[in-house]
Design a binder for this molecule. Structure first.
Ligand code: IPM
Ligand code: MG
Length: 358
């Protein structure tokens, strides 16, 4: 099985290096995982003047699955928008048609005290956010910044984006979400802002239509502002959440903190055939890059998701997840999840500890 490995920027290379150790350990144990690296984001710009070099996209498309670290950094914020690292990430998602973004928020019991919420609120938390990833205000046209007449006379610049969903886009991600709900607790909450936005009104209508194919799933609807509030008030009411690109971006960061650290959460971005790209949901954290203190567990857990969803290696996926549970039970913690009485380890020490448990 060919894995395209795209480390990216900031802490990307250090966390991906730990995930590569894990994949090598599995390979020496019978799985045939062939890895090939390519630059993306700022690294792509540095190497080829493009945040998604053609050769990187080609490698990703030819591979069975893609593992990505993170992209972005202050050095690149001065570039024209199309050359910025984030645009490379958005383009690879779009080019590979990775419309279904699965972002689980799962609380490891050992980390209950690392959450900023009271342990009794988050204990047992296990939510799956299904975020639509290739539509919405991220991609809608028209978009831009231009000069227009000002209401007070004269002219001024306006910035604009278009929130747009075609019903086919809503339908396919709704099917993915219902399918996942069927394999979990059979509860799905569709999150939108249908009290204000036409785009959300259509979203809700289509979700209701798709629901007819899944009579066993208990479907609810929630406005995004309420969902943001409910996530911290009583997060355990949720099983699967399905939502659009921008709402899912925000809610998944929020949900991650319920679990103690954004450094713990993996994600899968899948196309119609379950081919996918796997990445931690956190960013490139330029402030701590190169210091060997980042948490590699989200990236390592992304490899587990890759084995489960794209490579159909459930047993290997569980081996990784169990190894992660064991290192946490041993009390090993990177700085982001460190609490009194546990043992602080570096990024590479954490990677080694997981390999040892494997
Ligand atoms: C994410 C990130 C990206 C997004 C950025 C880096 C473009 O925040 O994957 O959640 O907004 O989708
Ligand atoms: Mg985000």
């Amino acid at each position: 099985m060919k894995i395209a490995v795209l480390p990216g920027d900031g802490i990307g290379p250090e966390i991906v290096a730990q995930a590569v150790k894990v994949m090598k350990a599995l390979s020496s144990d019978g799985l045939k995982l062939e890895m090939e690296e390519a630059p993306i984001g700022g690294a792509g710009y540095d190497a080829a003047g493009d945040p998604l070099p053609a050769s990187t996209l080609e490698l990703a498309k030819a591979a069975d699955a893609v593992l990505l670290g993170a992209v972005g950094g202050p050095r690149y914020d001065v570039l024209d928008r199309p050359l910025r690292p984030e645009r490379g990430l958005l383009r690879i998602r779009k080019e590979m048609n990775l419309f279904a973004n699965l972002r689980p928020a799962f609380l490891y019991p050992e980390l209950a005290s690392a959450s900023t919420l009271r342990p009794e609120v988050v204990a047992g938390l296990d939510i799956m956010i299904v975020r639509e990833l290739t539509g919405d205000v991220y991609f809608g046209q028209p978009r831009g910044i231009e000069t227009r007449p000002s209401p007070n006379g004269g002219s001024e610049r306006v910035g604009f984006n278009t929130m747009l969903y075609a019903e086919s886009e809503v339908r396919r991600v709704a099917h993915v979400a219902f399918g996942i709900a069927m394999k979990r607790g059979k509860k799905l909450c569709s999150v939108e802002k249908a009290n204000v936005l036409e785009c959300s009104e259509l979203w809700k209508e289509v979700v209701l239509e798709v629901a007819k194919d899944y009579p066993e799933v208990e479907l609810s609807h929630m406005y995004v502002d309420n969902a943001a509030m409910q996530l911290v008030r009583n997060p355990r009411q949720f099983d699967v959440i399905v939502t659009g690109n921008i709402f899912g971006d925000i809610l998944s960061d929020e949900a991650s903190m319920l679990t103690g650290s954004i450094g713990m959460l993996a994600s899968a971005s899948l196309d119609q055939n379950n081919k996918g790209m796997y990445e931690p949901i956190h960013g490139s954290a330029p402030d701590i890059a190169g210091k060997d203190i980042a948490n590699p567990l989200a990236t390592i857990l992304s490899v587990a998701m890759m084995l489960r969803y794209t490579l159909n290696q459930e047993a290997a996926a569980q081996r990784i997840e169990n190894a992660v549970k064991k290192v946490l039970a041993q009390g090993l913690r990177t700085a982001d999840i460190f609490t009194e009485g546990t043992q602080k380890v570096s990024c590479s020490q954490m990677g080694d500890a997981v390999v040892k448990q494997l």
